[in-house]
Write a new protein. Structure first.
Lengths: 734, 253
């Protein structure tokens, strides 16, 4: 009676205690007993809790958190109030990080496939067996097909940099990251306008146009929180979206733009701004390149013309252009993040970047900001070996006009693996990446996997990609890991450095990918390239930041008080003209439109709907749908359809429908929704899974990756996920 | 003046991210299917012409137990388990006295109470009493991205909650037939407003019949408990147990 539980909990009891919410519900069979009569051991108080800093890993924002540890168990995650980037908050997903840690669905030990791929028959093997096998298979493929015969796909994770490094020393250029399903076209467009990818000073802005982004649901720190603060401070928010998102619903104006016509809207803004000379003449002379060409080019794109494309009244377009110009340079056309939508998504973002450039919304308060200095050093690593039998280029070389070599383009890589041209790739190392759910056209990913002799996946849970692999290796959650330092850009809030240390020891047999790669390197005569510990690596990263290590221990974060505004004063831009390019000279040289030329999107085929992708605040892409806490917020996905469109198809609210596209099909229920255009439908990602290892979400809803056809942006190779039309019919009517 | 803990909510800052509901769920081990707090919403009138351009609006309204001035749940409780704590003005459930009869559940116009499926008590928001004992804010307040929930002692004019109330016009969301005088204030123009229901009070005789034997049972068991404790103190020279707060959370295994 004197002390709380003193013995450390066994792993078994960890699980029992874990996710108390679900566990409590799962013991329904117990006979009801009055609480007052329950035995005392269930009421014992805990020892004084211990608070430890860490950084959330439920999405890529990396928000600061404080973990409460009681008797070796994390019982609560709270926001780190000193963490400026996340404005001292922790969202629903952050709060559910505890469930990811203690989830019974976690991968626990290495698993080797026994039956057919995807059959779900596994054999538990030891780590030595697993690493021996992976090293042998990868070496075998390297010998037969060269080292480029193994593809590496690191997801967004603070240890992914080691996967990149491993691929380099192993000798494969075939690295394809998550980014080609995300924001590469945005990055391309802003790099080719400002010479770098900017951050938005949302906090201080007075006027913001949000297009194809949804910051109040797809949370980005600090932008999402700053947007509300800015609104409270009088900032006007204008949202263009075919869907009435929560961002649209909290904005001052929502315009349900016709999907795929964003460029028309922004060319028309440029038309009004140039024809009415609403820009700063001196600024344009000093900083911009191509004002004459732009003025001439956009003469054809009047608001009256754009109205026909966007279905937004010309008067509104003209008014918004004038309002935006009046607020500039304390104004932003928000660059957004996921821009994997259309085959010309780079040019669409160029048209947005050009409006920002024209109005000088750049490098000053309330505009777009250049990246701030963080100050981390790149550790000194030995030079990677050269393998002279390797092919000359990466597999997807030349399949997009201006691809990012270090990111690749998954869609193109997959096509090349299927066709085995220009050369065969037969192995695949997957780290926290799940293209079977996140990449358009699931059937094609399955087809690609049929070409592969060996697939190894490292993940926390049995994702669909893990489910279809040959070898599955369990990774710990971020709360159990030691990570390298990461530099974070927090816009006006901060530039900061974080680095995780384990809050609790890794559960089960899980191992961080860093250790896995070290184990593989040791088996492949590559030991010297991974001959360092995480401490040593971090120490090198902190070479120029003597205070960082202490600050991270004391506050959970180190801030670099680096320059925020006016970074480019007196400096040249990293573009061909050395100015901000309205007219891109390199594009002109390469035969790409130097100023975006409008192309109308494909019209909807009769009785078909355009399918759009979008996020909510509970799910990170397709990774958190099976988390018990988040799953309860949305246990299933449904098809958003406008009541008028549904009536034509004789479909009622909640009814089951079959959806088909040229890529695949699915079945789910409909939710009638006035907040979507009549020609557009939407469903949440991450459902309709293949993996029976995701026990809560298996058998629920339809898979959007199954339906989306695989197009790509022709400049960046970014996946184009809004180019698909689908047919919707009552179940059994097709 | 006595302490009066209260929540002052700027619902116009709420983005319906559900951080507060999950933070509460984890902190208080709220079982699946049950919630101690919520976010309600009002949608625009989609039939209004031109609604999308100039009057587009969602309005999200975070809520939870309102810790009322005139709590109908307290009136409905047959055992005194639900009570208004004079020390801080919060409405609390003493799990040792709660018999899980559920009379208080329909007596709350706001649906703030639920019957715990395994603990056999009624549970609801207690402003995170254990956190407050450690000097922390309630879980929902501290986790909120836009800090829409402001918590504090409104009797203390210097508290954030009192200052916010003083600076702004506020409303209380009630059912006119059961005005419980909530200690949850919304900065004006909150929506929706029409959701609280009339408090449904238990029939006193039914209640007595239902609760009577159980209460006698508890009294009897308590007496046995007292004897055992006494015996234990005499026979074993044990150190005094740490005083538990009334809201010790159990964890189900």
């Amino acid at each position: 009676m004197t002390s709380p539980i003193e013995t450390p909990l066994s792993r078994r009891s960890f699980l029992k205690w874990s996710g108390a919410a679900t566990a409590a519900a799962a013991v329904g069979g117990k006979a009801p007993v009055l609480y007052a009569l329950t035995p005392d051991e269930t009421k014992k108080s805990f020892a004084k809790p211990d608070s430890r800093y860490s950084v959330c890993g439920m999405c890529l924002n990396a928000c600061g958190l404080v973990a409460r540890v009681e008797n070796g168990v994390i019982t609560k995650l709270d926001p780190n109030q000193k963490f400026l980037k996340s404005r001292g908050m922790l969202c629903a997903r952050g709060n559910a990080g505890i469930q990811q840690l203690y989830d019974p669905d976690r991968l626990k030990y290495p698993l080797l496939r026994k039956g057919e791929r995807g059959e779900g028959k596994w054999e538990r093997i030891s780590w030595d067996q697993a690493l021996d096998l992976a090293a042998a298979k990868m070496t075998e493929i390297a010998e037969k097909y060269t080292r480029c015969g193994v593809m590496f796909t690191p997801g967004s994770d603070s240890q992914s940099l080691f996967v990149h490094w491993f691929a380099e020393v192993f000798g494969s250029y075939n690295v394809s990251t998550h980014e080609s399903s995300c924001l590469l076209s945005r990055n391309r467009a802003y790099l080719d306008t400002f010479g770098e990818v900017p951050f938005a000073d949302v906090l201080h802005t007075k006027y913001i146009i949000v297009v194809g982004a949804n910051p109040f649901e797809a949370l980005i720190t600090p932008d999402s929180i700053d947007l509300m603060t800015a609104k409270k401070n009088g900032c006007k928010i204008v949202v263009l979206d075919p869907r009435f998102t929560k961002t649209a619903g909290l904005a001052h104006e929502w315009h349900p733009i016709r999907p795929g016509t964003d460029m028309a809207f922004f060319l028309a803004l440029s038309h009004v701004i140039t024809s009415e000379k609403l820009y700063n003449e001196t600024y344009s002379q000093e900083k911009l390149s191509g004002i004459e060409q732009l003025t001439e080019h956009v003469r054809q794109y009047s608001p009256e013309w754009a109205e026909k494309e966007c279905e937004i009244p010309a008067a509104d377009i003209r008014r918004i252009a004038r309002e935006l110009a009046a607020a500039a340079p304390t104004a932003i056309v928000y660059p957004g993040r996921r821009t994997s939508d259309y085959v010309n998504s780079t040019q669409i973002r160029r048209s947005m970047a050009i409006v920002n450039a024209l109005l000088g919304n750049w490098d000053s308060p309330g505009g777009l900001l250049a990246a701030r200095q963080v100050g981390l050093s790149g550790p000194e690593l030995p030079e990677a070996p050269f393998y002279d039998d390797n092919p000359e280029h990466r597999l997807d070389k030349g399949m997009a006009k201006m691809m990012f070599e270090e990111e690749g383009a998954f869609k193109h890589m997959r096509d090349a693996i299927i066709s085995q041209k220009p050369y065969p790739v037969k192995g695949w190392f997957v780290y926290r990446y799940n293209p079977l759910q996140s990449a358009a056209n699931r059937q094609k990913t399955i087809e690609m996997m049929k070409q592969l002799d060996f697939v190894v996946t490292v993940d926390i849970a049995m994702s669909d990609t893990a489910w279809m692999s040959d070898l599955v290796l369990p990774a710990p959650s971020v709360l159990e890991r030691q990570d390298p330092a990461s530099g974070l850009q927090g816009s006006a809030a901060c530039a900061c450095v974080v680095a995780r240390d384990p809050v609790v020891p890794a559960l089960f047999e899980s191992r961080p990918v860093f250790e896995i790669l070290k184990g593989l390197a040791g088996r492949m005569k590559l030991t010297e390239y991974f001959d360092f510990t995480m401490e040593e690596y971090r120490k090198q990263q902190f070479k120029l930041l003597p205070d960082a290590d202490r600050a991270i221990r004391e506050d959970g974060v180190y801030y670099n008080p680096s320059k925020l505004y006016g970074i480019y004063e007196g400096k040249i831009y990293k573009t061909l003209s050395k100015k901000i390019e309205l007219y891109n000279e390199r594009y002109a040289q390469m035969g790409v439109d130097p100023i975006p030329v409008y192309q109308s999107p494909k019209p909807n085929p009769v009785n078909q709907f355009r399918l759009v992708v979008g996020r909510n605040a509970y799910f990170t892409h397709c990774t958190t749908q099976n988390n018990a806490l988040l799953n309860e917020l949305m246990p299933d996905n449904s098809l958003w359809i406008h009541p008028v469109a549904a009536k034509k198809l004789d479909i009622k609210d909640g009814e089951r429908v079959e959806v088909t596209s040229n890529a695949g099909k699915g079945e789910l229920s409909v939710s009638l929704n006035n907040g979507i255009r009549e020609d557009t439908v939407y469903m949440a990602s991450g459902f309709g899974v293949l993996s029976k290892g995701l026990t809560r979400v298996y058998g629920k809803g339809a898979c959007i990756a199954e339906l989306i056809e695989d197009y790509a942006d022709d400049i960046s190779g970014n996946m184009a996920m809004h180019e698909t039309f689908i047919r919707v019919a009552k179940k059994g009517a097709l | 003046m006595n302490k009066q803990l209260a929540m002052v909510i700027d619902s116009s800052a709420c983005i319906d991210c559900k951080a507060c509901t999950l933070a509460c769920k984890v902190e208080n081990n709220v079982p699946e299917g049950k919630w101690r707090n919520w976010v309600k919403r009002s949608e625009p009138d989609f039939n209004k012409p031109d609604w999308m351009v100039h009057s587009a609006s969602f309005h999200f309204q975070p809520g939870g137990c309102m810790h009322c001035e005139v709590p109908t749940c307290v009136q409905a409780c047959p055992t005194g388990a639900t009570y208004k704590d004079e020390k801080d003005g919060a409405v609390k459930v003493d799990p040792k006295l709660c018999i899980g009869c559920g009379s208080c559940i329909p007596a709350c116009p706001y649906g703030a109470r639920y019957r715990h499926p395994t603990r056999n008590i009624v549970d609801k928001c207690d402003y995170c009493e254990k956190r407050r004992a450690r000097g922390e804010l309630p879980a929902c307040v501290v986790t909120c991205p836009t800090k829409a929930r402001v918590f504090g002692d409104i009797s203390d004019p210097k508290s954030d909650a009192a200052l916010l109330l003083k600076k702004n016009q506020s409303v209380r969301v009630i059912n006119k037939e059961s005005d419980t005088k909530p200690n949850m204030y919304y900065l004006s123009a909150t929506a929706p407003l029409n959701w609280p229901v009339k408090a449904r009070m238990p029939d006193p005789i039914q209640l007595w019949k239902m609760a009577g034997p159980l209460i006698w049972g508890i009294v009897g068991l308590n007496a046995i408990g007292v004897l055992i404790m006494l015996g234990k103190q005499i026979l074993m020279n044990d150190k005094a147990p740490e005083t538990d707060e009334s809201h010790e959370e159990t964890r189900q295994s």
